[in-house]
Design a protein around this ligand. Structure first.
Ligand code: FE2
Length: 257
């Protein structure tokens, strides 16, 4: 970010905050309480969480407008770059006793002209049936419920797993306390995360949701995008997530114009 851009963006943020303070006649005590809240949030290591809850989805919207292609949304804090490679058509590692509904995630990766992209990396991760993430929570192995699959010559991929569930973002610290004070909650709807990469293309980060699922209409992180809500498709007892992706060129269309 150039120093002029920093000056421009920060000045606008300051002006916006001043406008809000004026509009609501914020008192000195409220102002000081707000400052101390930020101090406590920093002490708890929750600045990234707090900021992501309110603003990450806006950055995704900006990227969507700048690049085009399949609609992206928030990455969330549980992405791990070193997920295992899964053979196309294979299964991610799951709990040995996981009896949750089987899930098939499949689709085709194409460019903006509709041409299939072979060898694209589709990186998939999602929660366990109890709402946790491999490599993050409860000593669950890092290669559980996550994996990378490469598209075939037709740009197609398929991975098998089991259904994720809705889960709460960390809610025992200052971020959760603020959401409660605002009359909100800390739940995210069940979802599958994707990061799709191919040489020469903008990396797409997105999530799929389940039509009618709890919190789809009330995501605490406002990450749900209508284009990524999937209908109830079943095959042989498995829930199918059909997700075709269109990747935009690496050069941003809007900024390049
Ligand atoms: Fe997630």
């Amino acid at each position: 970010m150039s120093s002029n851009r920093i000056e421009t963006v920060v000045s606008d943020i300051v002006d916006s905050v001043r406008h809000v303070l004026m509009r609501h006649d914020v008192t000195f005590d409220e102002y000081r309480a707000g400052v101390m809240y930020l101090v406590e949030t920093a002490k708890a290591g929750e600045i990234p969480l707090l900021v992501d809850v309110f603003f990450n989805s806006t950055i995704s919207d900006i990227e969507n407008a700048v690049f085009g292609g399949t609609e992206g949304t928030i990455e969330g804090p549980y992405y791990l770059p070193d997920a295992p490679i899964i053979p196309n058509g294979g299964e991610v590692l799951t709990y040995e006793d996981d009896r949750n509904v089987p899930m098939i995630v499949r689709g085709t990766v194409r460019d903006l002209e509709g041409k299939p992209i072979a060898g694209a990396v589709v990186d998939i991760w999602h929660s366990t049936p109890d709402g946790y993430y491999g490599g993050i929570h409860n000593d669950i192995p890092a290669d559980f419920y996550r994996g990378k699959v490469l598209t075939d010559a037709e740009g197609q991929y398929l991975v098998r797993s089991t259904l994720p569930v809705a889960y709460k973002i960390p809610d025992q610290g200052p971020t959760g306390a603020l959401l409660v004070k605002m009359g909100r909650h800390s739940w995210r709807p069940a979802h599958v995360h994707f990061k799709v990469r191919a040489d020469g293309f903008h990396t797409l980060t997105t999530q799929s949701y389940f039509e009618g699922g709890e919190y789809v209409d009330d995501d605490c992180c406002t990450g749900v995008r209508n284009s990524q809500i999937k209908g109830d498709v079943r095959e042989d007892g498995a829930k199918v997530i059909e997700n075709d992706f269109q990747l935009a060129p690496a050069a941003a269309a809007r900024r390049a114009a």
